[in-house]
Design a protein. Sequence first.
Length: 106
Amino acid sequence: MTSIAQTPEPPYYAVIFSSLRTEDDNGYATMATKMLELAAQQPGFLGVESARDGLGITVSYWADLESIRQWKHHPEHQEAQKLGLEQWYADCKTRISKVERDYGKF
């Protein structure tokens, strides 16, 4: 990901996923690409930003909490979550926040 997500005027929600990876890929890169493509097709998806340098942080933006809930329970996403916990992440944490203000370069 090499761009900043173009989000609407707040309020909206951010799902912040922080992770420490295991050593082996074991299909991680392919699944990560697939999940980004699938998330972008979900109702309420607004954008995503991601960075990894040891610690990985992915922030996805959503219109509302119901959209986040539906994405969390999407069958393909659930499979990716399961594989992540079993194979890809040494540690991880998800946080959900309401964005009330945003601003950028003027």
